[in-house]
Design a binder for this molecule. Sequence first.
Ligand code: G6P
Length: 376
Amino acid sequence: SASGLNGHRHYMHKEIFEQPQAVVDTLEGRIANQEVLVDSFGASAAQVFERISQVQIIACGTSYHAGLVAKYWFEDILRLPCQVEVASEYRYRNPVIANNTLVVTISQSGETADTLAALKQIQALKDSRTELFIPTLTICNVPESSLIRASDLTFLTHAGPEIGVASTKAFTTQLVALALLLVAIGKTQKCLTAHREGLIVKGLIKLPGLISDCLAHEADIKLLAQSFADKHHAIFLGRGTMYPIAMEGALKLKEISYIHAEAYPAGELKHGPLALIDETMPVIAIAPHDELIEKLKSNLQEVSARGGQMIVFEDERSGVSSESNFNVIKATTNVGRITAPITFNIALQLLSYHVALIKGTDVDQPRNLAKSVTVE
Ligand code: G6P
């Protein structure tokens, strides 16, 4: 009902603006005194996390992108091998699952057919080879859903009901859940110091404020969106965790504005996509001030030298604006490893939303798509 929109024109817009609260609600009861409460993942979580030596994440769509961000975090911060795969491939390719693998399914709805089939297949393997230790965890937004019922461990994101087909606040809270999982595994395995844990928790506590600050850039982003009115293609660039965020930005744009968009890791440009660049091609880059910023800047120079229209989302210290005439939005103040991808994604959500408004598409119910794909 229109009353459920609370003054917003679309559910997607409402849900984008609910994100600060969704993060607060997802953290509630899961942290205390700068610590992550390991049993947020279930009473047996500590015993499980102690024994695992790798993680396999299985998901679809936007939830898959959350998994890809987590891979960067788990391997870099914990040195824990992490593999991420779309469920529709995983379930049919007879994958190898090593003993002591934590299998994580991520899903907003908990009802996605491919993800559920993959999880059931793993359960069948466990039933037939009882000597294997392959615990399963579902990160999900819907209690009592099929995935929740089929998993050993569970973590509910408390994003609240998500109605817009394009996932926004569920994705943000999935990333929060994965950050909590990272800390929970890290402290159980004693490969994350209390100091590092404290820093991550502090970052997560600051996150609602960082998201609100990013949302305050809506007017600038709306202005930028106008240049997409006549566009048919777009390229999103990022490096590190910003690569999966670029993928998510491209997916959002495709889903709701029907503009063909592709994401590339910026270092891969020279291996093909550079051939697509001309003055009609918008290139959206996510440029946090991290150890790869100088490399990213030279990637951006390569694009601008070929006439591409650069749109750059940066933080206060990135300094892209000072050295070029790109269209630059300072989307956020300097943020940390965990909070940066979550925050930059908010700016991309707003960009897609405003491009879709200009295109006049059905933002909440894009053609051919369903909120939850419960058939194969
Ligand atoms: C559909 C939705 C996407 C969602 C995907 C996975 O394609 O339109 O927004 O990311 O399913 O859904 P899940 O509920 O498993 O996260």
